[in-house]
Design a protein around this ligand. Structure first.
Ligand SMILES: [Fe+2]
Length: 363
């Protein structure tokens, strides 16, 4: 296998151009991130982790995904990327700091790679102690989240609202729709050093995509930092588009549930998929579409792997079926204006449903 030019150690943030920053700020407040800086032209949000920001957007004429930001451990790797891709090394912005390069992946999606970025003090909210049937770890103490039952409030119309949002900690991964799965897998390996956790085998028996992770040697990395999926020809208009960004929560399962009811009872947002438990990566997941039509995910309790775990081949059915949870809409991983979502779901049959039915028919 080709020796990679660099090895990214983790993903830091996603960057967008948006027409309505105010609506997005409200969404991210509800989604459970914390504003670092916002004005009429830009917005930056952090999680409870140490990254300077995990979501950034600038005001523009269109709603568009701009880039995903990654980090490398050494300046030499940044220099190697700059030389091999024939791009300049620039300074990071005032918040992120460090040095950075701008790359473009095989589908034209933006990538920013940083070294020496600023780190914030984490906001430690503590992790709840859970009792299971067999293991009783919390004794003589109650389980409370936020203000307990007072988190349920009546709004002006007499509807119950759940006030406590999730606590987003960090960005864990993105998913993108690509034209050529193997070409993307090769590029992300050769340029950014990412390695395959699971090759996704499509209905035609060929590799159609993969879950890929950072190669941090003996230090465990998330099962996937990037998910690439090649769509069938009928999905051609979505090649080279953003699928979703998955944000890890601070406090595990209850954080996911609280956030779900907060987003749901606000009545303001389009739910995309969940709650469920993925098979590939094992995360508990919940996906919500933002006002610009991009999908952001809450997740918790994912798998971690060292670099010596070899890749395996998995069926595309296992990507979408998971261990439990609802079948996703056909609109899952499709960046669509919110107003177009219902029509899309009605017009396009759920590929997942067909795949799951097909696989059950075969067995
Ligand atoms: Fe995800």
């Amino acid at each position: 296998m080709t020796k990679p030019i660099a090895k990214v150690s983790d993903i830091i943030f996603v960057r967008f151009e948006l027409r309505d920053l105010e609506a997005q700020c409200k969404y991210l407040d509800d989604f459970g991130m914390q504003a670092v800086q916002k004005d009429n032209g830009s917005m930056y949000y952090r999680g409870t982790g140490e990254d300077a920001y995990i979501y950034a957007a600038q005001k523009g004429e269109a709603d568009a995904f701009i880039a995903a930001g990654y980090e490398v451990d050494t300046l030499e790797e940044l220099q190697a990327l700059a030389e091999s891709q024939d791009v300049a090394i620039d300074d990071g912005d005032a918040l992120m700091g460090g040095k950075m390069v701008r790359l473009t992946d095989p589908d034209g999606l933006g990538i920013e790679v940083y070294h020496g970025v600023n780190k914030l003090s984490p906001i430690d909210e503590g992790v709840p102690v859970l009792n299971s049937g067999k293991e009783k770890n919390r004794l003589n103490a109650t389980q409370r989240f936020g203000s307990g039952a007072d988190e349920w409030q009546l709004d002006g119309d007499g509807n119950m609202q759940y006030a406590l949002p999730s606590s987003v900690m960090r960005l864990g991964h993105t998913a993108i729709n690509v034209k050529d799965g193997p070409a993307s897998i090769k590029w992300y390996h050769d340029v950014l050093g990412m390695i395959v956790s699971d090759n996704i085998i499509g209905p035609d028996g060929q590799v159609g995509g993969a879950f890929i992770r950072c190669d941090n040697g003996d230090t465990p990395s998330d099962h996937h930092t990037l998910n690439v999926v090649a769509l069938p020809p009928e999905g051609e208009m979505f090649h080279g588009t953003f699928g979703h960004a998955g944000f890890e929560l601070e406090k595990s399962l209850d954080d996911l549930m609280a956030g779900h009811f907060h987003m749901k009872t606000s009545g303001a947002y389009t739910h995309e998929w969940g709650i469920g438990r993925h098979l590939l990566g094992s995360q508990l997941y919940d996906y919500w579409r933002d006002p610009a039509g991009f999908i952001l995910e809450h997740w918790t309790d994912g798998d971690l792997m060292t670099a010596d775990v070899p890749p395996q081949d998995v069926s595309i059915v296992d990507v979408v079926k998971g261990q439990y949870g609802p079948i996703p809409y056909s609109s899952f991983n499709m960046s669509l204006p919110v107003a177009a979502v219902d029509e899309f779901r009605e017009a396009i049959p759920s590929m997942t449903e067909m795949l799951v039915k097909g696989s059950e028919g075969q067995s």
